[in-house]
Write a protein that binds this ligand. Structure first.
Ligand code: NAP
Ligand code: GDD
Length: 340
């Protein structure tokens, strides 16, 4: 009989934290999660997990090394998934120092605790395709990294520290370089969920217009459930490394909006250009999508499209859900949520 494994997840209240916790509990793990003392949405994403006796929440903060050391000593985990972050790219321009403290130095705090331990846990770092910046697509592990916002720069520092601690101290530490991944529990401030919530609200007659920023930005959007499985598989491989997880397909924000409205039977036509561009209901002529210049970023990352061939070859990871399926799942979940 194999001993029950223990995992420690930072960022447990976020999209990936909640989905990974559910995934690991299903696999028979004891799951400990780090939540911020100020976290308000435990009930939202974690409500189904809270009654499980193998699931435990702890209060702490990535900016407080003492709380992290105390928890890791007490929990003695087999695996650590470092998912905590100030994860909003636009917000990182407003709070660059806090972003660096949480995303960059927070990671070093964890690595340094592991370095001192007799039996260090296997470590997964939530690295990001934002580290590539505007490097030409497709991006893979060999692509030069050139982030174009404070979030990407903080993630790049953490990425290098994971590699350095692996090489210098022999830690089993992996970077998952994940491209955008979404789900019905995606934060409402990210563009996909903002769109699917608005489409559901328009469908229910509760909203007239959706306002967006850059419709031309292209992202490689996958299903978050495929990606949390990939995090776990990465830590199963006998040797640690850095791996891209991506679908290999890229779509514009405009494509996502068009596909989301189509799920409710609304066909959009796009008219005008630049700030005057407008998405119009073909059947009624009603404008449903407009541009708000305040939603543009100081510097944009234009195109992400990942090449996950190394993860496929090394440990057989491939995403199961395609773009259309993802959009439909999110729209249907938001319609069901509104219906209540
Ligand atoms: P998310 O929903 O924004 O979750 C981030 C989590 O970090 C939340 O639980 C948040 O807590 C927590 N957190 C923030 N500041 C903290 C602090 N000082 N101390 C402790 N916890 C803190 O992000 P996600 O989409 O699940 O992404 C998970 C990780 O993967 C993040 O590191 C993100 O940068 C990275 N990533 C995400 C994607 C993607 O497409 N989703 C792609 C590549 C990389 P509160 O909820 O209480 O604020
Ligand atoms: N959020 C948002 N809101 N984005 C908008 C909007 C809007 O109203 N209008 C257009 N966009 C564009 C943004 O300019 C960006 O080009 C694209 O939509 C995607 O934005 P987000 O959904 O906010 O995600 P992101 O790509 O910036 O960052 C996400 O993916 C990264 C991986 O590539 C986050 O999850 C990061 O944490 C993650 O590392």
């Amino acid at each position: 009989m194999t001993a029950q494994k223990t995992a420690f997840i930072t960022g447990i209240t976020g999209q990936d934290g909640a989905l990974l916790a559910a995934f690991l509990l299903e696999k028979g793990y004891v799951v400990h999660g780090l939540r911020l003392y100020s976290a308000t949405d435990d009930a939202q994403r974690l409500s189904a997990l809270l009654p499980n006796p193998s699931f435990r929440l702890h209060t702490g903060d990535m900016t407080d090394g003492g709380s992290l050391r105390h928890l890791i000593t007490a929990i003695n985990p087999d695996e650590i998934y470092n998912l905590a972050a100030q994860s909003h790219v636009q917000a990182s321009f407003a709070v660059p120092e806090a972003t660096a403290n949480i995303n960059a130095l927070g990671t070093v705090r964890l690595l340094d605790i592991l370095r001192d331990r007799e039996r260090p846990a296997r470590f997964y770092q939530a690295s990001s395709s934002e580290m590539f910046g505007n490097a030409p697509a497709p991006q893979n592990e060999q692509t030069p990294m050139h982030p174009c916002n404070p979030y990407g720069a903080a993630k790049l520092y953490a990425y290098h520290m994971v590699r350095i601690y692996r090489e210098a101290y022999g830690l089993f530490a992996c970077n998952g370089i994940l491209f955008n991944h979404e789900s019905p529990v995606r934060g409402e401030e990210f563009v996909t969920r903002k769109i699917t919530r608005a489409v559901a609200a328009v469908h229910a007659g509760r909203q007239d217009v959706l306002t967006l920023g850059n419709l031309d930005a292209r992202r490689d959007w996958g299903d978050a459930r495929d990606y949390v499985a990939g995090m776990w598989i990465m830590l199963r491989h006998p040797t640690p490394g850095d791996y891209v997880l991506a679908t290999g397909e890229t779509h514009s924000v405009r494509d996502f909006v068009t596909a989301a409205f189509a799920c409710t039977g609304i066909m959009l036509d796009w008219t005008g250009s630049g700030l005057e561009e407008c998405g119009i209901d073909r059947a009624t002529g009603t404008p449903l999508v407009r541009i708000d210049p305040a939603l543009f970023r100081p510097q944009e990352l234009h195109t992400l499209c990942g090449d996950a061939a190394l993860a496929r070859r090394t440990f057989g990871w491939t995403p199961k859900t395609g773009f259309e399926g993802l959009v439909r799942t999110m729209v249907e979940a938001d319609i069901a949520q509104l219906a209540g």
